[in-house]
Design a protein around this ligand. Structure first.
Ligand code: DOR
Ligand code: ZN
Length: 354
């Protein structure tokens, strides 16, 4: 298939960051996405409705018409039940994000004892607001490659049992175990899958020299897991949908001697990278459901009415992209991507290549 026309996609998990980084992140995402669900892990995080409204306004300054940032709130040990009700009533909060404390970027404000949050989960279930989860344990005795599977077994399974009507998104899944768990759960439990976890394995990160570019959390796994994710994403199962987890860091933070920041920047080309992954197993025809339908259905939004076209036309990604006063290394920086948006892009690809 040389070209593919799909309903305009949405991204149900993105990090746009703030201030002078927004011009890059918002412009890139708005080239092809309609709605993006914005993660709240700023420093300090977005923990109440008024902070979310202010953050949304800052994002909108860089947004073209019809690009919609949807907002989330960050759960802490101190989050109060009343906030769940206030958030639902505000009409601008689509999910609460649970970061286990210490699991990833800016998670030190996160949750130490998930069990202590059960009273909040009950209110979320009653209010029918989505709980979005970074699903990894933080126990230092658990190997980093096992942290997602252990989280599912020891924590998530119990939450799902206790709150059968709670809508849960297990974010950026990376393992066969996560695929199985979501498949065997009710349709109240869904998962996002990133483009980088569909395209890369830990070998890409670790063989022939460590590539910090590919360091993200949950960490890339072995190929058997990548294949399970690809199979799930292309299976017409509406429990799996697009969440890019595009997570930019300035180059200095990715290449720092005191530890490399976790996160892959795919915002410049997320839909094109997904197209490549789907095409690698001849399943491009499954992209529309995954990218443009199932996420909107899960979050209770109508599907977008307009369309984009993707064509098999290779282009070269610059090695560095400007990022506020800094620069960043995008996924595929200095290499090429096989697809590009050829119709329905809000501006040409050349506009973002600086
Ligand atoms: O790799 C990641 N980067 N994983 C996350 O969970 C957070 C993200 C970020 O904000 O940089
Ligand atoms: Zn994320």
């Amino acid at each position: 298939m040389e070209t593919l026309r799909i309903r305009r996609p949405d991204d149900w998990h993105i990090h746009l960051r703030d201030d002078n980084y927004l011009s890059r992140t918002v412009r890139d995402a708005a080239r092809y996405f309609s709605r993006v669900l914005v993660m709240p892990n700023l420093d300090p995080p977005i923990t109440d409705v008024s902070k979310a409204i202010d953050y949304q306004q800052r994002i909108l300054k860089f947004a073209p018409p019809k690009f919609q940032p949807l907002m989330t709130l960050y759960l802490t040990d101190a989050t109060d039940k009343d906030l769940i009700v206030t958030a639902k009533q505000s009409g601008i909060i689509d999910a609460f994000k649970l970061y286990p404390a210490g699991a990833t970027t800016n998670s030190r404000f996160g949750v130490n004892t998930i069990k202590a949050l059960y009273p909040l989960f009950k209110v979320m279930e009653e209010q029918d607001i989505v709980l979005s989860i970074h699903g990894e344990v933080t126990d230092e005795n658990v190997d980093i490659f096992d942290r997602e599977a252990v989280f599912i077994e020891t924590i998530l399974a119990k939450v799902v049992d206790h709150f059968p009507l709670l809508r849960i998104v297990l974010e950026h899944i990376t393992t066969e175990e996560a695929v199985q768990f979501v498949k065997s759960s009710s349709d109240r439990v869904a998962a996002t899958i990133t483009a980088h976890h569909l395209l890369y394995t830990r070998n890409d990160m670790l063989v022939n020299g460590i590539k910090t570019l590919h360091y993200c959390l949950p960490i890339l796994k072995r190929n058997r897991h990548r294949e399970a994710l690809l199979k799930a994403a292309t299976s017409r199962d509406s429990s799996f949908f697009l969440g890019s987890d595009s997570a930019p860091h300035p180059r200095s933070a990715k290449e720092s001697a005191c530890g490399c920041a976790a996160g892959c920047y795919t915002g410049h080309a997320a839909i094109e990278l997904y197209a490549e992954a789907f095409n690698s197993i001849d399943k491009l025809n499954m992209l529309e459901g995954f990218a443009s339908e199932y996420g909107a259905d899960f979050y209770g939004y109508s599907r977008n009415k307009d369309f984009i076209e993707l064509s098999l036309q290779e282009w070269r990604v610059p090695t560095y992209l400007t990022f506020g006063e800094d620069d960043l290394i995008p996924t595929r920086g200095g290499e090429s991507i096989a697809f590009q948006v050829t119709k329905g892009g809000r501006y040409p690809l050349s506009d973002i290549l600086d």
